[in-house]
Design a protein around this ligand. Sequence first.
Ligand code: GAP
Length: 508
Amino acid sequence: MTAKVSSDGLMEEIVGLCKRRGFIFPSSEIYGGYNGFYDYGPLGVELRNNIKQAWWRDMVQRRDDIEGLDSTIIMHPDIWKASGHVDGFSDPMVDCRESKLRYRADQLFFAPVIVAGETIGYVSVVECPQQQEIAEKAAADIKRKAAKQGTLEPIVLKDYTESKPEEYDLVPSPATGKPGSLTAPREFKLMFETKVGPLADDSAVAYLRPETAQGIFANYKNIVDTGRVKIPFGIAQIGKAFRNEITPRNFIFRSREFEQMEIEYFIAPSADWKALHREWIDTCIDWLVSIGLPRASITEDIHPEDKLAFYSQATTDLMFQFPHGEQELWGVACRGDYDLKQHQEHSGKSMTIFDEASKEKYVPHVIEPSLGVDRTLLAVLTAAYTIDEVPNDKGKVEERTLLKFSPKIAPVKAAIFPLLKNKPELVERAQALYQKLQRRWNVFYDASGAIGRRYRRQDEIGTPFGITIDFDTIEKDGTVTLRDRDTCEQRRVTEDQLIQFLEEQIDG
Ligand code: GAP
């Protein structure tokens, strides 16, 4: 039997497991933590590296049309002026003057409470899957307290960016439940500033990059000039990005320091960008499925044309069913020639390319698949987290928690166990196999405790294969027991069969 935990408790359980087993810790925990920052422990760093390596292998190394890049986090501040980030990269925020809490205006929802055609108050709620329910309950309370007779009209929630000045004093703060303390929405800059060099004045201001994409545009000319690329081609980069998010939340879903895996895919202005956009969306979905996300939990959110930035031709977000609801995982945007033209204008350097095939010179257009490493890791954990029931050593059915990671990205690929730790011949053989496998993969050796308990410990951290050395191994045919994490099925294999199997499952 396999059971998924309810979505309410799922995030809590994932956070607990991540802490308990050394995947993810709150940053600076001994000082009480630091909101919006997380550290990756021994298993977390393996999982994270495996996700990045899988992406790099599939998107860069296994393709002839994509080159890699690693640009600096701090770049010339003019890059962020040209890209529009200095003036435009902000979120609308609203402060509660009484509680001192700060909300993102587009995540704060409100509605008038209208009874028999008369507005008798307002309700407000912070964005969540149950927001409509919460707002309706609050509206019914207001009606009851006001002892107002008549029909309560349906509650139509709008986000606070749509509020009118005359409503600012009427909408209650979600923190206090009372109206009068919320400010008007104000733009809040998301880029972290720092100073570079010995001067402390404004000329020294620089920024921690809020996306890796601009490092790609800034190096586009270098890569074109090295002469290895021809249209269409992409440049890929994995690296840290920083955003002073107003409301970092939902564990590593929205943090202030995170990592991105981005591609800028340059195409001819005359190319069929809609078809290429579709191709990229499909490539991205296939990749997510290849690392173990169920196809059914990925959907597409096509941005409506009237909500697109002026330079954008189309954007589709790949959404994933996270524990806190369906949310953006991967953005695939068609950005036209906006970025390169901006850098051409601000730097004075030509961004044109000569297209050998068409004999034309132009500034290419771009398709941008942009994915967060940390969000992918949370999606992978969400999909993998499972509770089922299996018999223990004595045949009694017990509940177990397991992470059903794909072998490709599992932090530990296999665990090697001597059946008994006090039998030197078993230990020696198990150690030899462990050392052999360790040269290729991250594997684990465990000799302590009952074999069933050793399996459970590995199940909980998502190790796909358990390999046990027993008396048949040394006394009979040299075969070992290979146990599958998900089915618990065991079969005997020779060492050669084992290695071939692991190669197919892990590297295939
Ligand atoms: N260059 C385009 C760009 O940066 P974005 O939608 O702002 O677009 C792309 O970010 C991806 O980066 C998102 O789909 C998400 O996976 C990840 N991401 C963005 N902000 C994040 C945050 N605060 N914490 C974790 N991941 C984030």
